[in-house]
Write a protein that binds this ligand. Structure first.
Ligand code: GTP
Ligand code: IMP
Ligand code: MG
Length: 334
C-alpha cells in the first residue's frame, strides 16, 4: 500500500509543487490526490520550460498518465477548478469528491474585508468563511453543483481501492505546518489543520496506509500575511540575499527570514516525517544551480544539509537546485 504524503514544514510556499511534479514524473504513481484547505494554495510547477500555477488540481497533473483527485476535506471553487481543468486539458482524469464543500461569491466577499483581511491577512479566496459554513452545516457540497456533475465521484473509495491493490498514490498537502489551525501561530493561521494526519483525513485514508511522509522545507523561511516570523529580515536585506518572492495567488510580497532549525524540528515531529525535501538550495549556494548529482553539490551546501539531518534525525532525500521539475538531487533509495 505505497502512499506517500507530501506536506509543507513552514508557512506554505516551500516549493511542494516543484517536489511533487518531480515525483509525479519520476515515480509514475497511478494517482495523486489533494488534501489541504482549498484555492488559497498556489503551487508553481515549471515543466518543459513552461510555468504552470495551480490552485486546486494536484501538481502531479503534469504527468498525463496520472488520475488526479480532490479529497472531500478540500473546499472547491467550481470556477477555479473548471478553469484549471480546461487549461491543463485533464477532464477525463479528474475526480472531485462529491462531498467537497463549495466556495461561493459571498464567502469571497466576507474574506476580503474586516478582521480576516486586515488582522489575519488572508488570501481573500473565501476558504475561511466557506469552512465556517461547512462547520455550521450550511455549505453546499460538490454534488449540489450542476457544472461539476461530470467530474464528481467517491475519491476516498477510489484511493483506498488503489492502495489495497498495491498501487502507488501521492497524497498532496497544501499550506504549511505553522499555518495549521491547531499547530500553527494562532490566530495567524489558515482555517484547518494542514499537518500530514489532517491531509490524510481530507482524502479519506487512515494512518496505517501511509508509508512515507515527505516534509518540504525551503532553505530559508518565507511567510505571507500577518503573524510572527522570528528573525524577520527587512526588504533591503531580502533583496541583498536574492530571497524576494511574490505570492502565487495574491501577488503579495513574501516576508523572509533565515531557516529556523527549531521550527524545522517541530515540523518533523508534528508530521512524523520519514524524509525531508529541501528546496531553493541554489538561492543560498548559487554554485549548486541546476545540479542533479550529490557529487556536484558544494561542500558548504552539503554541510548545511548535514546540519539539518543531525538536528532532526531524518534524512534529506530530495534537494531542489532550481525551479525546473528536474533541477533536483534525488538521494532516495532506488
Ligand atoms: P503552497 O501550496 O501555496 O504552500 O505552495 P508551494 O509549496 O507549491 O510553493 P510555491 O510554488 O508557492 O512557491 C515556491 C517558489 O519557489 C516557486 O516560485 C517555485 O518555482 C520556486 N522553487 C521551488 N523549488 C525551487 C528550487 O529548488 N530552486 C529555486 N530557485 N526555486 C524553486
Ligand atoms: P487563508 O488561508 O486565506 O484564510 O489565510 C490565512 C493565512 O494563511 C494568511 O497568512 C495567508 O497568507 C496564509 N496562507 C494560506 N494559504 C497559503 C498558501 O498556500 N501559501 C502561503 N500562505 C498561505
Ligand atoms: Mg504557494
Amino acid at each position: 500500500m505505497p502512499a506517500s504524503v507530501i506536506v509543507g514544514g513552514q508557512y506554505g510556499d516551500e516549493g511542494k509543487g516543484k517536489i511533487i511534479s518531480y515525483i509525479a514524473l519520476r515515480d509514475s504513481p497511478v494517482a495523486a490526490v489533494r488534501g489541504g484547505v482549498g484555492p488559497n494554495a498556489g503551487h508553481t510547477v515549471v515543466y518543459n520550460g513552461k510555468t504552470l500555477k495551480l490552485r486546486m488540481l494536484p501538481s502531479a497533473v503534469i504527468n498525463e498518465n496520472i488520475k488526479v483527485m480532490i479529497g472531500s476535506g478540500v473546499l472547491v471553487n467550481p470556477n477555479v477548478v473548471l478553469e484549471e481543468i480546461e487549461k491543463v486539458g485533464s477532464q477525463s482524469r479528474v475526480i472531485i469528491d462529491r462531498l467537497c464543500g463549495i466556495i461561493e461569491e459571498g464567502h469571497i466577499e466576507k474574506d476580503k474585508q474586516g478582521y480576516l483581511k486586515h488582522s489575519i491577512g488572508t488570501t481573500g479566496t473565501g476558504t475561511g468563511p466557506a469552512q465556517a459554513d461547512r462547520v455550521l452545516r450550511k455549505a453546499k457540497i460538490a454534488s449540489d453543483i450542476k457544472s461539476l456533475q461530470n467530474i464528481i465521484g467517491d475519491v476516498s473509495l477510489e484511493i483506498n481501492n488503489l492502495l489495497d491493490k498495491g498501487k502507488l498514490v501521492i497524497v498532496e498537502g497544501t499550506q504549511g505546518t505553522f499555518l495549521s489551525l491547531y499547530h500553527g501561530t494562532y490566530p495567524y493561521v489558515t482555517s484547518k489543520d494542514v499537518t500530514a494526519s489532517a491531509i490524510c483525513a481530507d482524502v479519506g485514508i487512515g494512518p496505517k496506509k501511509v508509508d512515507d511522509v515527505i516534509v518540504v522545507f525551503k532553505a530559508y523561511t518565507t511567510r505571507v500575511g500577518e503573524g510572527p516570523l522570528q528573525s524577520e529580515l527587512t526588504h533591503e536585506e531580502i533583496s541583498e540575499k536574492g530571497w524576494q518572492e511574490f505570492g502565487t495567488v495574491t501577488g503579495r510580497v513574501r516576508r523572509a527570514a533565515p531557516l529556523n532549525l527549531d521550527l524545522v524540528k517541530r515540523a518533523v515531529i508534528l508530521n512524523s516525517a520519514t524524509q525531508i525535501a529541501i528546496t531553493k538550495i541554489d538561492t543560498i549556494f548559487p554554485e549548486c544551480k541546476g545540479v542533479q548529482e550529490l557529487s556536484k553539490l558544494s561542500d558548504d551546501s552539503i554541510k548545511f544539509i548535514k546540519i539539518l539531518e543531525e538536528h532532526t534525525g531524518v534524512p534529506v532525500t530530495l534537494i531542489g537546485t532550481g525551479p525546473g521539475h528536474d533541477q533536483i538531487v534525488d538521494l532516495r533509495v532506488k
